[in-house]
Design a protein around this ligand. Sequence first.
Ligand code: ANZ
Ligand code: ZN
Length: 845
Amino acid sequence: MKNTYPFKKIENKWQKKWEQEPLFKERSVSEKRKKYYLLEMFPYPSGRIHMGHVRNYSIGDVVARHKVMNRFNLLHPMGWDAFGLPAENAALKEKVHPAIWTDKNISYMRGQLKKMGFAYDWSREVSTASPDYYRWNQWIFLKLYERGLAYQKMAAVNWCPQCTTVLANEQVEGGNCWRCGTAVESKEIKQWFFKITSYAEALLNDLSGLNGWPEKVKIMQANWIGRSAGVEICFKIAGEDETIPVFTTRQDTIFGATYLVLSAGHSLSAKLVKGTKIEKKALEFINQVRREKLNKTAQTEVEKRGIFTGRYAINPVNQEKIPIWIANYIVMEYGTGAVMAVPAHDQRDFEFALKYKLPIRLVIQNGNNSLALEAMPEAYEGEGNLVNSEKFSGMDSSAAKNKIALWMEEKKIGKRKINYRLKDWGISRQRYWGTPIPIIYCEKCGTMPAAEKDLPVALPKKIEFAYKKGVSPLVADEKFYFTPCPKCGQKARREIDTMDTFVDSSWYFLRFTDSKAQKSLFSPGEANYWMPVDQYIGGVEHAIMHLLYARFMHKFLSDIGMVETREPFSNLLTQGMVIKDGAKMSKSKGNVVDPDDIIDKYGADTARLFILFAAPPEQDLEWSDQGIKGAFRFLNRVWRLVNFPCRREVPEDIAKNLEGVLKRKLHQTIKKVTDDIERFHFNTAISAIMELVNLIFSFSFERPKQGSVLPESPIMAESLRTVVLLLFPFVPHIAAEMWEILGEKETVSRQFWPEFKSELAREEKVTLIVQVNGKVRDKLEIKAGLSEEEIKAKALTQERVRKWLANQEIVRTVIVRGKLVNLVVKPGQQPNNDQEIKDTITKKQ
Ligand code: ANZ
Ligand code: ZN
């Protein structure tokens, strides 16, 4: 490419300067400044940054630079979510140690981020794989353990019987092992859990205070937590003392319960059929359902199937005997794993009852639209009036829900209960490359937490990947595995599972507030100064897990006095995906554009400008080579403007006009760009700057080859300076260079954000005469400073003008600024009703 601006030289130059002299000096500048903690989700060091990162971090960088120019104390850190499976896979494949692989990736990616010109405070960089960091994961684990919030229980893992290894979810492809293709099974092993469920209520309630979060994310979290209020009712097993508790949210339908269903995994399922003649068949059914549940691919709606146990339960409200079934549509993990089935009012039960010819009884009548059982194509799940419900008949369902709940509590047959879908957070991973869980098993003393003074429990450097043993490879390291019991000193064994990497990212934002802290995970003073994060930016794919874990962890750390705030992120922006050819950019789709290539060909500023201009942040962004070229062209255009030899020289006759029009546009643009940046409408902010640049161009003139030098226009100089300042957050390198070219001594990053004066931004109106072929036909009130195209377009929308044009071709348009517009049409027949037109004009006046 010839004659383009020297972006390589410029970007190099400024990146070197910024290395010496970072954008912000934070608190040292002045305590009086308001703090602003800006955070973008830190990346996994996979090897190279992708366009999703470029987008996420470009958005953040605009905010960072804008805030600094508005004199905030900015905290804008970056780090690495450095533990994880890919490092281990690479170790297997390429025979490099995960630590070496990870470090190499980090240094390459750090270089890429610097090449993009992102302004991070690198002095606070953290890597979660460093013992300095993960020892605090272990510390948090111990604190949770002390409070009974970290505990062990049996839980299923994916198991490949061929490789005899545990598989992560992402290693299960279509139900099969990613390495050998064998069907994956489920295996129960003992694992560690964090009791996030004891924070369910708080995590749900506090969503309502998160006014700076997108509604859709809050809804996703609320659904994930899944609170539901109902009643747990006890059904006696006929002929036995034992009862079966069921959880229902529709206790108003209890008189319509015609059978009871257990999930296959329910402890009573096998017990109830024991020794009966259907035992064999029932156990076969139970095992089959269990297998189906494991197979992740089969989780799409399977046909409802069940088996009758031969036993009965007693409905506690009317002593009715109802059959007990086992069915595949009841899940073990929710409620009590058993359900009272009301086929008339629950669709799943309805389908099941039809299939197995079980009775259906109507107990809710739809007030407006009377239901008849024989004519019901599906269950009626709505509210209405109770029927066939003894003394509750006639009541409406919401009142009945309350009455029946109270009555059941009185008669001690049920109690009100809140259920959550949220489950405890399983953190055990049978992996090497993660934080060792600080637990020691002693034969004498049992399960022992490691002593705080022994932290970090360091991950051994040398490792044999003994996958064949089916457990974490840490088992093979005897020096790690065997350790003295912290209580009795006898030889004991270490826990060899490592922590889920979501633990690492559940508190990293707090570490950034004091990333070098040695005596604690961070000092409360620093955390309390910087928290909450004022703006968090990241992908919507983290709307549930990461954000929920982070909120949980923050609440826990707040409960133990480490930080005062109750919520970590006051504002959240979730950016859309980067799409190419209709699909998300991804290696597997083969539609990836490598940021390095774009930087090389057009420069980082062009990449940033395109990404910010192509779509508002929340929306998906369609990659376009045309768009990249367009952004590049614009930067070249601005570059020429600033380097124009006679940019400040304007002929006298239009200097007067320029003063007013340009000044107004200038202040309007500052206002628009300021507002738009604050709302993250970067695309419209950029197009406002483009408009201003166009206007400046229309007032710029080539220096006459010979002859006098025209006087300099101060407004022109001011406009150019402002364009550069406004562009700085978006395209910092070229802006910094242009600032220097304009003769400014102090670097652009130390400048204040331009201010607008609303009285100057106010629109001035002018009235133009509209002529057709030189005859006055209408008047037009327009904003001052519109372009000729815009004036012409406005004139053409006037009904009266159109009448005079009567589909004739316009051959010429004459515009006298501030006075008139004359549309010249081909001579031909014209309606002649001058008088009428005159009348209407006078009327309008
Ligand atoms: C009787 C009933 C009658 C129900 C009716 C619904 C409609 P949410 O809102 O999600 O909490 N249920 C309870 N435990 C279950 C399990 N382990 N597996 C499958 N379904 C289960 O839903 C609560 C309702 O889901 C409960 O109310 C129960 O069915 C069912 F006309 O009980 B209901
Ligand atoms: Zn011991």
